[in-house]
Ligand binder design. Structure first.
Ligand SMILES: NC(=O)c1ccc[n+]([C@@H]2O[C@H](COP(=O)([O-])OP(=O)(O)OC[C@H]3O[C@@H](n4cnc5c(N)ncnc54)[C@H](O)[C@@H]3O)[C@@H](O)[C@H]2O)c1
Length: 270
């Protein structure tokens, strides 16, 4: 159901890999709410070809961009300005990658080259995107930028590995750049801290099944799905949340503020 919340707005969506991706679902919902979109992903992810299906569904061009490359990000901003004939109103940063996680190297055995690469892609990329957007004046007045995070930025989830550090920095960049962009052009920047979700990136974390089932039991509303997350992002891109900035917003069915639930107590008593 559409409420035309994004009618007349233009946006860039980073990170739609396949139908399970949070970015994929968000692109579909933004389109339904009347937004015009430009999609982007790393060249290697685009070779899988799935994104073409999404591009057709939401009638959007696809521009390759490796977010660890300054040149790629600058080119993307230029292409977006050219395509839309001006700036955009919103950007979704839905990107995460850890080679340490992928290779099964535990937190105390991290390979620092992998750590650097993962940090560059998962955290520093938000700074790079915002700095390039500012340089190109590519975000309109009262624009909105959302990046996806996870509660491992605040609490320890041992197998989340170096991604925990990446998310802590990502949230810090959203706060600090949110200040700068707010003062300069009323652009707001927030992170959404999402429940564990079955996607390619999510399922890569060791023990994911235990992780997601535990979160489900520890959340009074249950885990938030990728579709729920897409809806929440739509509200954050809309004018209805115009004065919200520099926040880390928990979108997790209440997990973050729950000490224990009856369901978990019952399990422990068995
Ligand atoms: N799935 C979860 O449990 C969960 C929970 C909280 C937060 N998040 C966050 O949500 C975001 C989206 O992840 P997802 O779960 O939809 O998984 P996903 O695997 O579908 O998306 C991750 C995306 O990052 C892209 N990416 C990786 N390296 C890149 C690069 N160099 N340049 C550009 N793009 C690159 C991938 O191609 C992919 O599209 C991530 O930030 C993730 O950490 C996920």
């Amino acid at each position: 159901m559409s409420h035309n919340l994004l009618k007349g707005k233009k946006g860039i969506i980073f990170g739609a890999l396949d139908e399970k991706s949070i970015a994929w679902k968000t692109a579909i919902r933004c389109h339904e709410e009347g937004a015009e979109l430009l999609l982007t992903n790393a060249p290697v992810a685009m070779r899988m070809g799935e994104i073409k299906k999404l591009a057709e569904a939401v009638n959007a061009p696809v521009v390759p961009c490796d977010v660890s490359s300054n040149e790629d990000v600058d080119k993307l901003m230029e292409e977006a300005m050219k395509h839309f004939g001006g700036g955009v109103d919103f950007i979704l940063h839905s990107i995460g990658m850890s080679i340490n996680v992928r290779k099964g190297l535990g937190y105390t055995d991290n390979n620092y080259e992998f750590t650097h690469k993962g940090f560059d892609i998962s955290a520093l990329s938000l700074h790079r995107v915002l700095a390039s957007a500012m340089k190109h004046d590519a975000i309109n007045e009262w624009g909105s930028v959302v990046a996806l995070s996870y509660i491992a930025a605040q609490r320890v989830f041992p197998d989340y590995n170096d991604m925990a550090d990446n998310k802590a920095v990502l949230e810090s960049i959203a706060r600090n750049f949110g200040y700068q962009y707010g003062v300069k052009k009323h652009v707001r920047v927030n992170t959404v801290s999402q429940s564990p979700t079955r996607t390619t990136a999510g399922s890569g974390v060791k023990g994911f099944d235990g992780f997601i089932n535990y979160a489900e039991k520890m959340s009074p509303l249950g885990n938030a799905s990728a579709d729920d997350c897409a809806n929440y992002c739509v509200t954050l891109f809309s004018d209805m949340t115009k004065m919200v900035t520099m926040q880390n917003l928990f979108h997790d069915g209440g997990f973050s503020f729950t000490g224990v639930t009856q369901a978990v107590i019952e399990q422990m008593e068995k």
